[in-house]
Ligand binder design. Structure first.
Ligand SMILES: Cc1ncc(COP(=O)(O)O)c(C=O)c1O
Length: 388
């Protein structure tokens, strides 16, 4: 959450004064407007606001009919929530390597496809767009669903299309660490009516009885409670208006740094599947070995290695690795009879050697859209000095 202030406060004041804090109250329209504005921004037919990115992924999975008996391919480099969402739907996450851009490696995805694979979840990690053309070809070839985890890529794009709108469904997070947010929150987008309706039913056990549900064509099943309130809607409507300004400042700073450093001996950047659509939150340097990467990171203010990013690296996902997939065995996907025939491979520290190698030779600098020229120049000089 880079930018928020008086405009958000005014929007929330409006809601408090109206005394309509629940989205289903008569006359409450903030969440509804937010959903319409997000759908328009992403160019999708439907958007559904939910309580977080994990909830958005779960709604997308359940909306798409993913469940026990299905394998879902996820990258080994993503926040653990991507895999948790697969398990919450009763399916099994199958891990794939990341490529040189740190997003899911399409070649490895193809190797992991079995007759039980139902979906691929590309994660636009740190705002880096995944290889969506190649993934779409693969999805068509094998009849698979794509759920884009765009939780770290609010507003980003790939070849002119907003991330999250290219696959069958997309999920966004609005927690405090995201490009825009409300402290916590999320949203699902899709063009598929059935996915939207099923996500709507799942996200609010009482949705079918609420005015905003409209006429449902899907049979109502038991869902849960992942709703958001009107304060979220009001705040997020303002955040949405900020996104293109935030991204354009981030991209300008990233480009300035890359232009200034691209010919410097010893500096190499990780490649991108679409540098124009990249969110610009992160400048990724690539080195020949971990020692050089660590030395560079230590010498540059704010430098860090993605291999050190805890629950973003597959071998740190303890409950997944240990196959404790739920609160009791009867609903643990790893123990379900429907999943007995699937790829229940146990993962360990060495399961994805390519991912380990790439992440340990990469250094990130997290950028901020509000840095001035002096700060950017200071960082450029620090990078030049560090690489020497
Ligand atoms: C890639 C990714 N997926 C999913 C999530 C889950 O989002 P939330 O924390 O809003 O549930 C996050 C958030 O941290 C994330 O970074």
């Amino acid at each position: 959450m880079y930018r928020y202030g008086m405009e958000e406060l005014d929007a929330m004041k409006r809601v408090i004064e109206s005394r309509q804090l629940f989205r289903s109250n008569n006359g409450a329209k903030e969440v509804e407007h937010f959903e319409r504005e997000l759908a328009d921004m992403t160019g999708t037919k439907h958007a559904l606001a939910v309580s977080g990115g994990t909830g958005a992924l779960i709604c997308a999975m359940i909306g798409a009919g993913i469940g026990p008996g299905d394998e879902v391919i996820v990258p080994g480099y993503t926040f653990m929530a991507t895999a948790l969402a697969v398990l919450a739907a009763g399916a099994i996450p199958v891990l794939a390597e990341c490529d040189e851009t740190c997003t899911i490696d399409v070649k490895d995805v193809e190797k992991k496809i079995t007759q039980y694979t139902k979906a691929i979840v590309p994660v636009h990690i740190c705002g880096f767009p995944s290889d969506m053309d190649a993934l779409t070809d693969l999805a068509v070839k094998y009849g698979l669903i794509i759920i884009e985890d765009s939780c770290q890529a609010d507003g980003g794009s790939y070849k002119g299309r907003r991330l999250g709108s290219i696959g069958t469904a997309g999920a966004f997070s609005y927690n405090y660490f995201k490009i825009i947010g409300f402290g916590d929150g999320g949203a699902v987008v899709t063009n598929v009516d059935r996915i939207y309706e099923r996500a709507l039913i799942y996200h609010d056990g009482g949705a079918a009885f609420r005015p905003y549900a409209g006429d449902l064509h899907e049979p109502v099943f038991c869902g849960t409670q992942l709703r958001v309130g009107e304060l979220f809607g009001a705040f997020m409507r303002v955040q949405l208006t900020r996104i293109d300004g935030i991204l354009s400042d981030l991209r300008r700073i990233k480009k300035t740094m890359m232009d200034a450093l691209k010919d410097v001996d010893g500096i190499e950047f990780a490649p991108s599947h679409d540098i124009e659509g990249d969110c610009g939150t992160t400048l990724p340097f690539r080195f020949c070995c971990e020692d050089k990467a660590r030395a560079f990171a230590a010498a540059v203010p704010g430098g860090w290695l993605p291999i050190d990013s805890g629950k973003h690296v597959y071998y740190n996902w303890d409950p997944v690795i240990e196959q404790r997939g739920a609160h009791c065995d009867a609903v643990n996907p790893y123990k379900m009879a429907a999943n007995a025939k699937l790829n229940l491979q146990k993962y360990d520290r060495n399961s994805l050697p390519q991912t380990n190698d790439i992440l340990s030779r990469t250094v990130y600098i997290s950028l901020n859209p509000d840095w001035d020229d002096a700060k950017v120049n200071e960082l450029i000089e620090a990078c030049k000095a560090a690489v020497k």
